[in-house]
Structure formats: structure tokens, C-alpha cells
Design a protein around this ligand. Structure first.
Ligand SMILES: Cc1ncc(C[n+]2csc(CCOP(=O)(O)OP(=O)(O)O)c2C)c(N)n1
Ligand SMILES: [Mg+2]
Length: 377
């Protein structure tokens, strides 16, 4: 908190004195090879809970693979893959309570699945179908926001939601996610600043996956960490190993409970790596060395957590076979459901922005409607 302007005394005999200093902490329970870096929290030692994290991670990876395959075969529009970053979405999905509100960017599918978004909705979304943003009533996702491809524009919206919760005296929390690149946007800084000024129940999750399309993180900012951008706004900022699902869930739960108890906002920088191209419209070989990607596979969140589960006796080869078979079948049936969905009329694109369409757009809608459909997905 900035004190009312008084100029502090300097140390006797010194022209310059230290007025503030800060530390940034990183949390990790699992080393990249799956061995324990520290004693894990209770949820990770409970067989069922521990297995659930892994199952969602693998199901998400299988979904992701299918989505990329659909795009590659001309059956889906541009798609943003989550390969390598699955642990973060899984951790968010398990850390939030049903009444909380999740305001995602576009790589946290696992959290959306955990909160009740059917996989087919994500395919519809990337297929250009607005119905892909309509999440089912009776699930937590119904009061969540749709994923946001516009970078950081959803972060001020998240502040609005958290402000409403505070105003109504609700014990609910907002979690808003974005990438490292998004933290360079003015709207992101404005939101972080307002969050502390109003002491809002919000957690900002920054996926630092090393890249913002072809821009490496170290050229995205001169700051040593993204976590310290929270400190600059007066809020708790910390790093977590985002490829360690245990640590990420643990750190997020702690930040979420602080927010729920009125202790205000937090920023969590999750260190991860984007193993895929930025989207299917990108070819990352044009700007990043293959060796970097090969090295990053050694830190893969799925492999790491599987090794942990196996060491605890929580996971067998038969479990793995069953999960792969089931997850693959679900991804396939999801794809079939998507492909069978009758496309919307082209003029549907005019439906969701205005309550009453302005006159200037009415003629455009009518013209599009008169032309009729131009193809399938
Ligand atoms: C407002 C806005 N500006 C630019 C873009 C184009 N764009 C799409 S993704 C991206 C980079 C985002 O990087 P980061 O925030 O690190 O997220 P990541 O894709 O790495 O998860 C940009 C510039 C956009 N979608 N929205
Ligand atoms: Mg990024």
C-alpha cells in the first residue's frame, strides 16, 4: 500500500536508503523424472483423487490429438493445442469450487471439461459455431465464461465479475487465465492494479509456456519473472512448476482460499512449455530450435505424474491400457458428434453480439441469409 506522501528518512550518513524489497518463490513437489522434491499434500496421497488428476490429463491429451487430426484433414478450423500444458487446466479444474467462476484463455480445456463443458463444444467453437460457447445448465461451466482468443481482453471482464461477488458479499472466487504474452497488454495491467485497489476475490493465472506465437518470453518482458508483475500491483505473486500437477493444484488452492477469505487477489505464474505449434495455423519450426522442444519433452507433465502414481502403487499397465482405450473412444465419438452436427445458418453470426441488431447490420444479415449456406464445417 502506498502511504500518503511522506519522504522517508535515509539511513544516517547515507544518501540512499532501501525502502522496499520483495521475494519470488517457486513451488514444486515433483521433479521432472517423477521423484518427489518434497512431501506431497494430502490430495496427492489419496488414491482416488490422485488418479483423477492423471485421468483428466490423459483424456485431454487424447482429445487434443483428435482435434489436431480433424484440422489437418480439413474438418476443423484453426485449433490451439494444449500439448504439454495439460497439468495447468487439470489443476484449475480441481482447485476451483463449483460456485467459483472460471474465465479462461484458450489452452485450459481440461479445466473446462472438469467444470462440465462437453468436449464437443470445444470442437464446435473452433469450427466457428457459436453454440460451442453455450455451456450446459446445471454444471459449474454454465456460469463460467467462454474461452477468449482475443488476448487479455477478458481480464478486465474478470475484474467486473469479482467486483460483483464482493458487492453481493458472496464467498466466491474468480480465476482468470492468460498467457505470458497477454501480460504485456495494457488491459492486463489495469486489471491487476484494480484487483488490489478493490481487494477483489480473484486469482490471475499466467501460463508461461515460453512463447507468444514466435516471440520468446525473454523478449516479451525485461522482468526476471512474470510473477513479479503481481508484486508491482501490490498483490501476491509466485511461480509454480506448471508441469507438476500436484504443485499447480496446491498453489492455486492456496491462492483461491486466500481470495475466498477476503485476503484479496493473487498472481500465479505457471512455468510450462508449449510442445505443439502455437495453433494449427503456425509452424513453430520456423522460429524455435528442435532441440528446445526435445528437451522440453523430458519435463512433460503426463510422463512425470505417471511415474509418481506408479511409484505409489496407484497406477498399473492395465489401468493405462484401459484409460487410453476409453479416452481414444471418447475423442473419436466426440469427433463424430461434431461432424454430424448440422451447421448453423450463416446469418447466425449476427445473433449474439447485439440485443437488437443495428439497422446498419440488418441489410448485411439479410444479404447473407439470402445467399444461403456455402458448405459444411
Ligand atoms: C488482442 C489480440 N491481439 C493479438 C492477437 C493475436 N495473437 C493470438 S495468440 C497471441 C500470442 C499470445 O501469447 P500468450 O499470451 O503467451 O499465449 P499462448 O498462446 O502462448 O498460450 C497473439 C499475439 C489476439 N488474438 N488478440
Ligand atoms: Mg505464451
Amino acid at each position: 500500500m502506498v502511504e500518503p506522501l511522506t519522504i522517508p528518512d535515509t539511513s544516517p550518513g547515507s544518501a540512499t536508503t532501501k525502502v522496499a524489497s520483495y521475494d519470488i518463490y517457486l513451488t514444486r513437489f515433483l521433479n521432472p523424472d517423477g521423484t518427489l522434491a518434497a512431501e506431497p499434500p494430502a490430495f496427492a496421497t489419496d488414491r482416488e483423487q490422485a488418479r483423477a488428476l492423471y485421468e483428466l490429463m490423459v483424456r485431454t491429451r487424447l482429445f487434443d490429438k483428435k482435434a489436431v487430426a480433424l484440422q489437418r484433414t480439413g474438418q476443423l478450423g484453426t485449433y490451439a493445442a494444449v500439448l504439454g500444458q495439460e497439468a495447468i487446466g487439470v489443476a484449475i479444474g480441481h482447485a476451483l469450487k463449483a460456485e467459483d467462476v472460471f474465465i479462461p484463455a484458450y489452452r485450459e480445456y481440461a479445466a473446462q471439461f472438469a467444470r462440465g463443458v462437453p468436449m464437443v463444444r470445444i470442437l464446435q467453437y473452433w469450427g466457428g459455431d457459436e453454440r460451442g460457447m453455450d455451456y450446459p445448465a446445471g454444471t459449474p461451466s454454465h456460469h463460467d465464461f467462454p474461452l477468449s482468443v482475443p488476448i487479455a481482453t477478458h481480464i478486465p471482464h474478470a475484474i467486473g465479475v469479482a467486483y460483483a461477488m464482493k458487492l453481493r458479499g458472496e464467498k466466491r472466487v474468480v480465476l482468470a487465465s492468460c498467457g505470458d504474452g497477454a501480460t504485456s497488454k495494457g488491459d492486463w495491467y489495469e486489471a491487476v492494479s484494480a484487483a488490489k485497489v478493490w481487494n477483489l476475490p480473484i486469482v490471475f493465472l499466467v501460463n508461461n509456456n515460453g512463447w507468444a506465437i514466435s516471440m520468446p518470453s525473454h523478449r516479451q518482458t525485461g522482468a526476471q519473472t512474470f510473477a513479479q508483475k503481481g508484486l508491482a500491483g501490490g498483490i501476491s505473486g509466485e511461480q509454480v512448476d506448471g508441469n507438476d500437477v500436484i504443485a499447480t493444484r496446491f498453489v492455486l488452492e492456496r491462492a483461491i482460499e486466500r481470495a475466498r477469505n477476503g485476503e484479496g487477489p493473487s498472481l500465479v505464474e505457471a512455468l510450462t512449455y508449449r510442445l505443439h505449434d502455437h495453433t494449427t495455423a503456425d509452424d513453430a519450426r520456423r522460429y524455435r530450435p528442435e532441440q528446445e522442444v526435445t528437451d522440453a519433452w523430458d519435463r512433460c507433465p503426463v510422463k512425470r505424474y505417471k511415474a509418481y502414481l506408479e511409484a505409489r502403487g496407484f497406477w498399473t499397465a492395465a489401468d493405462e491400457d484401459a484409460l487410453i482405450a476409453d479416452g481414444t473412444a471418447i475423442a473419436e465419438s466426440t469427433a463424430q458428434e461434431f461432424l454430424k452436427t448440422a451447421p448453423q445458418a450463416p446469418e447466425a453470426i449476427f445473433e449474439h453480439l447485439y440485443e437488437r441488431l443495428p439497422k446498419s447490420l440488418e441489410w448485411q444479415r439479410d444479404e447473407v441469409a439470402a445467399r444461403g449456406p456455402v458448405g459444411g464445417h
